[in-house]
Design a protein around this ligand. Sequence first.
Ligand SMILES: [Zn+2]
Length: 77
Amino acid sequence: MSVIVLESILTCPVCGHVKTEHMPQDACQWFYECEGCHTVLRPRPGDCCVFCSYGSVPCPPVQAQRQARDCGCTGGD
Ligand SMILES: [Zn+2]
């Protein structure tokens, strides 16, 4: 079974501020303003959104993609 996590813990690379953010299920977020230092974060090169770059879990579309790719139909864990 695939489980898509809709909350990601974002860690600011500038000041280290940590915040749990809710992710939209089918959209990527390009900009995120840190509550701590008000730096506007953008995705790193190769990442599709700020959650993929700075979050504890990548965005929902990427999670789904990875799970589809990783599925070897072994019956799950
Ligand atoms: Zn910050």
